[in-house]
Design a protein around this ligand. Structure first.
Ligand code: FES
Ligand code: FE2
Length: 399
């Protein structure tokens, strides 16, 4: 008999259809409706408080979905805020340098100045204006909440729920995890694909045996789980997560042995000691756990492991193009050996990630032909079924 692992599935799944009309959902008409019902209403993460470490630190964050440019800044009062990157005088882009540290922001068009808390401090040649109330002309704020060092924004006039409500059961389950890691790499790609296809490519493990057969041949599964079934999946109101199975039979190659000797095991040499992880990570306590895949609907997929995590963010540009960013985070190193080890393991993820992007444009073109509206999803692709259920519920205003 072939060895098999039966996935432990928690949450409401009996209403998740195994056939989805994805062909329809990637059309421009459908996307036009999603913009206001999903992207305008969701809480979405745009960075970490670690990205603005000091008073006056800022970065610019562009959201192509709405042509928004945002400024994320730590004010002199130490609070992190998000503003639209637009000058209140005549709408010039206030900040052009993508990242830096400033005492305030001065517009290069006519010299109006704002402090890092967003207050308008100076109107040049003020007497030539009809009476102006500076208090009414602060930088335009964006609804912002912080969760475990992640900066979430909501682009609605008034959010329909709090971030705590939005994250639901996951809210209290990740304490002291993200804060203890640092960013070690990031890159961006614009891919000619619809955002649903882009998110879906990263939220199932079925493909790993085939698409990644060269780059990640022995990273997951092993003799006791040859089909690499996910040991467990959790489905919540809006978000979901599942665990990927490590391979206890993996034979370390020479570089991996060295990296393991001088640093912490990351990927693919998984550390099966989970002490100190918060309850949301490896939530079912699978003993050969490799990492979790978490979809924070609609636009973040995180791969969360022991000592490392990756954050993949998706912003639709239009129905057929998506901006994808990938950030690698890992434990803070104490010495050179750990730094080299960490770099080695980090690089192993890079090629795998490129392969994940590889199918997207082909799938977009083929599905756009209209020849096949429905796709067929297995139990191992349950997260995709859930993703489309949440999409539909958001479009119907149920979430
Ligand atoms: S547009 Fe900014 S000062 Fe005029
Ligand atoms: Fe993959």
């Amino acid at each position: 008999m072939t060895a098999q692992v039966d996935s432990l599935i928690r949450g409401v799944v009996d209403d998740l259809p195994s056939r989805i009309n994805v062909g329809v959902q990637i059309t421009p008409e459908h996307y036009a409706l999603e913009k206001e019902s999903i992207w305008r209403r969701a809480w979405m993460s745009i960075g970490h408080t670690q990205d603005v470490p000091n008073k006056g630190s800022y970065f610019v964050y562009d959201i192509p979905t709405f042509n928004y440019s945002l400024i994320v800044v730590r004010g002199q009062d130490d609070q992190v805020r998000v503003f639209h990157n637009i000058c209140r005088h005549r709408g010039n882009k206030l900040v052009r340098e993508p990242v830096g540290t400033r005492a305030g922001f001065t517009c290069n068009f006519h010299g109006w100045s704002f402090n890092t808390q967003g207050d308008l401090r100076l109107i040049t040649d003020v007497n030539e204006f009809e009476k102006l109330d500076k208090k009414q002309l602060s930088m335009i704020p964006v609804h912002t909440e912080i969760w475990n060092s992640l900066i979430f924004i909501n682009l609605a006039k008034e959010p329909h729920c709090t971030l705590k409500e939005w994250l639901g059961e996951m809210y209290g389950q990740y304490d002291n995890y993200f804060e203890n890691q640092e960013k070690v790499a990031s890159f961006k790609a614009i891919v000619n694909t619809n955002w649903h296809l882009a998110v879906n490519a990263f939220t199932e493990g079925y493909h790993t045996l085939y698409l990644h057969k060269s780059t990640a041949r022995d990273y997951q599964g092993g003799k006791s789980n040859p089909q690499r079934h996910r040991p467990h999946m959790d489905f919540f109101d809006r978000h979901h997560r599942y665990s990927a199975p490590g391979n206890p039979d993996k034979v370390f190659v020479r570089g991996e042995k060295l990296a393991a000797k001088y640093g912490k095991l990351m990927i693919p040499a998984f550390d099966f000691n989970f002490e100190g992880l918060p309850p949301g990570i490896n939530a079912a306590k699978h003993d050969k756990w490799a990492f979790d895949v978490v979809e924070f609907f609609p636009n973040i997929v995180m791969l969360i492991g022991n000592y490392w995590h990756n954050e993949i963010t998706y912003w639709p540009i239009d129905a057929g193009r998506t901006l994808i960013t990938n950030q690698a985070w890992a434990y803070k190193t104490k010495n050179l050996g750990e730094r080299i080890s960490r770099s080695y393991f980090r690089s192993r993820v890079r090629d795998v990630f490129r392969e994940d992007l590889n199918t997207l444009e082909a799938q977009q073109t083929a599905l756009s032909s209209g020849m096949m509206d429905e796709v067929i999803l297995s139990r191992q692709e349950m997260a995709l079924r859930h993703h489309f259920k949440v999409s539909r519920q958001m479009m119907e205003g149920q979430l």
